[in-house]
Write a protein that binds this ligand. Sequence first.
Ligand SMILES: [Zn+2]
Length: 117
Amino acid sequence: MHEFSLVRALLEQIAQLASREHATRATGVSLSVGEFSGVDADLLQLAFAQSSEGTVAQDATLTIRRVPLEARCPSCQSEFPVVGYRFQCPACDASEVVVIRGEELILETVTLERTEG
Ligand SMILES: [Zn+2]
C-alpha cells in the first residue's frame, strides 16, 4: 500500500531530525496532505500507528491537515480553488491550468522531546 511506504519515508525523516536535535522521542507529528495526493488520511493514521512502533515516534500524535486543490491560470494569472475536479479558470475560461497546491504530502512540524543528562 502507498500509505505504508509514505510513512516509512516519513519515519526516516523524523528519525534523522531527532538524532540531529539529540532528541529521544517525538511526541507530535503534523502533516499537510493534499486533497489530490491520493493519500487516504485514515490509512495514513493506521500505517503510522503500525510502522512507528519501536521508533522515536511510537508515542507521537499524528495530525493530518487536508490541503484543498488550487490552481493558477497561466493566461490571466488568477489563482482559484478547484471544485469537483473542474480544471478551468473561472476568470477567463482557459482550460489549461497549473495545479499549485493540493498534490503534495508535507511534513510540517515534529515536536521532539529531549531527556536531559
Ligand atoms: Zn484565466
